[in-house]
Design a protein around this ligand. Structure first.
Ligand SMILES: [Zn+2]
Ligand SMILES: [Zn+2]
Length: 85
């Protein structure tokens, strides 16, 4: 079984790999944030869509705040998906 490792520090990502939604790479808990791994996807977005940087950084800070709250964002997602029909 292949072990997934953080692209930045090379540590095995346990128990769960964090996949960056911008660059699709795998990171550990320390490096999961785009700013912590010098996210390629994020810098591309910044280069190509300067107009949207403001809303993007707002979205990122909202996402980070949700993660700090300890999974509020995830549980909201789960609730969404568990509602069938
Ligand atoms: Zn790492
Ligand atoms: Zn990234």
């Amino acid at each position: 079984m292949a072990e997934e490792r953080c692209k930045v520090c090379g540590k095995p990502v346990k128990p769960l790999p964090y996949v960056c939604s911008y660059c699709k790479n795998v990171f550990c808990v320390e490096h999961r944030l785009p700013e912590k791994h010098g996210c390629e996807g994020l810098s591309e977005l910044r280069n190509f869509k300067p107009v949207e940087v403001e809303s993007l950084s707002k979205a990122i800070s909202e996402f980070e705040a949700a993660q700090k709250k300890g999974g509020g964002f995830l549980s909201r997602l789960k609730r969404r998906f568990s509602r069938r029909g």
